[in-house]
Design a protein around this ligand. Structure first.
Ligand SMILES: NC(=O)C1=CN([C@@H]2O[C@H](COP(=O)(O)OP(=O)(O)OC[C@H]3O[C@@H](n4cnc5c(N)ncnc54)[C@H](O)[C@@H]3O)[C@@H](O)[C@H]2O)C=CC1
Ligand SMILES: O=C(CO)COP(=O)(O)O
Length: 426
């Protein structure tokens, strides 16, 4: 993959980009980055690999492999129909081959599949790769709760940031203007152009244990970072010893990531709050279900606005309570990844639409998902279950009445009519 041309920093290599995932958003992000790799040959290899979970589709009256159709017709006819994909975007059914030699890995698939995929990636990626997670969801285990950005990073031994925003894929694929937020807090060794984004985290607001050890005051304030160290999203010095990006590559910093993702129709703001950006994307899906429930009940915009208000408060509270050292309230209230994503998701997102239809037609949200989404996956239903399991184990369900109500409605223990009283004290 070495090229004879010099890259932006005078080095001889360029970043190879792979998108792991090819659904509705995965294909849209692939389109964006392939347009930018083509436009920036000084930084990136032109071809972008897109790993596709192979399946058969019927196209032009023939049953064919999805990757064959994408590579021949430059369209993901199943998950992003009627959108032309760049010819330098290569659909690849082999995960191992798709990530081979890639220095930038973009994770973009429904969160229920990421465990298996990461298991397959172990030992198959270059050690100095860096990741961006576009996944909206949280990872809940017996040990506690983690974000996919941190879970992927620790699992693969790489650094992983997060991209999230008010980003309904079909609108962006049609090149209608939107904004997004990318949180990337690069390890100092990669950070040759930006000042260090590993600031001393703010001192912790009093918060409860997420069962993941948090940074001690000493570690937060005075412990210097060694070359191979970085801070994780909770402000701790990460156990992952990173391999530096070799100097022959352009630096992997905010400028490079902005160049990779920013388009005239997709405006990027770079921040450092990986936890806030990741959590906003995960938790708003629970709130969007609630918005769909009240809309389906016919209660109109005032009720939906009340859901958004209470939902935003619970999102901020959850962030401070369990990721309190580093999270910034401003991420929720000022960034696309926070309040803007909440609003768009409660207006036209899939979670909202399926929840509304479920109430209107009297069937379960899961049944609507299966019937309406042609293989696309909701994230709110599983996130509601996962967040509830995390809260219940800690006896905290009553402190998050909206999250809890959504879970109980999905389980058939509460009805939509109960919502006003359940959230009355918020
Ligand atoms: N669609 C949207 O508008 C947006 C989605 N997101 C987030 O992006 C992430 C990815 O979502 P989408 O690309 O929309 O996915 P999607 O909802 O279109 O899901 C379908 C994808 O899942 C894959 N899949 C199905 N079974 C699989 C299996 N067993 N193993 C691995 N993959 C399998 C399919 O191949 C397809 O690529 C989610 O976390 C979502 O919340 C974020 C912003 C916007
Ligand atoms: O995250 C999204 C918009 O920002 C899409 O939300 P849905 O998955 O509910 O469609």
């Amino acid at each position: 993959m070495a090229s004879g041309l010099l890259s932006a920093n005078g080095g001889s290599r360029k970043h190879k980009v792979t998108v792991v995932g090819s659904g509705n958003w995965g294909s849209t992000i692939s389109k964006i980055v392939a347009e930018n790799t083509k436009g920036h040959p000084e930084l990136f290899e032109e071809d972008v690999q897109m790993w596709v979970y192979e399946e058969e589709v019927t196209y032009e009256d023939k049953t064919q492999k999805l990757t064959t159709v994408i590579n021949k017709h430059h369209e993901n006819v199943k998950y992003l129909p009627n959108i032309k994909l760049p010819t330098n975007l290569i659909a690849n059914p082999s995960l191992e081959d798709a990530v081979s030699e890639s220095t930038i890995l973009i994770f973009n698939l429904p969160h229920q599949f990421i465990h298996r995929i990461c298991g397959q990636l172990k030992g198959k990626i270059v050690p100095y790769a860096r990741g961006i997670s576009c996944i909206k969801g949280v990872n809940v285990t017996d040990e506690g709760i983690s974000l996919f950005s941190e879970w992927i990073g620790e699992g693969l031994g790489i650094y992983c940031g997060a991209l999230s925003g008010a980003n309904i894929a079909s609108e962006i694929a049609a090149e209608k203007w939107s904004e997004t937020t990318i949180a990337y807090d690069p390890p100092p060794m990669d950070n040759s152009r930006n000042p260090s984004r590993n600031p001393t985290p703010r001192s912790a607001t009093p918060n409860r244990s997420s069962d993941s050890p948090r940074a001690s005051a000493d570690e937060l304030s005075i412990t210097p970072l060694a070359d191979t160290q970085h801070r994780d999203v909770r402000g701790r010095i990460s156990k992952t010893r990173l391999t530096p990006v070799p100097p022959e590559y352009p630096p992997l910093d905010h400028d490079t990531f902005k160049t990779l993702f920013h388009r005239p129709y997709f405006h990027v703001r770079m921040v450092s709050d990986v936890a806030g950006v990741s959590l906003g994307g995960a938790l708003k899906n629970i709130v969007a279900l609630a918005a769909g429930f009240v809309d389906g009940r016919g209660w109109g915009d005032n009720a939906k606005a009340a859901i958004m208000r209470v939902g935003l408060l619970e999102m901020v509270k959850f962030g401070h309570e369990f990721f309190g050292e580093t999270i910034s309230t401003g991420t929720f209230t000022e960034e696309s990844a926070g309040v803007a994503d909440l609003i768009t998701s409660c207006s036209g997102g899939r979670n909202f639409r399926c929840a509304r239809k479920a109430v209107e037609t009297g069937v379960s949200v899961q049944d609507v998902e299966r019937a309406e989404l042609n293989g696309q996956k909701l994230q709110g239903t599983s996130t509601a279950v996962e967040v509830n399991s995390f809260l219940r184990r800690r006896g905290l369900e009553q402190e998050y009445p909206l999250f809890t109500a959504v879970y109980n409605i999905l389980e058939g223990r509460n009805s939509v009519d109960d919502i006003p009283n359940l959230v009355a004290r918020t």
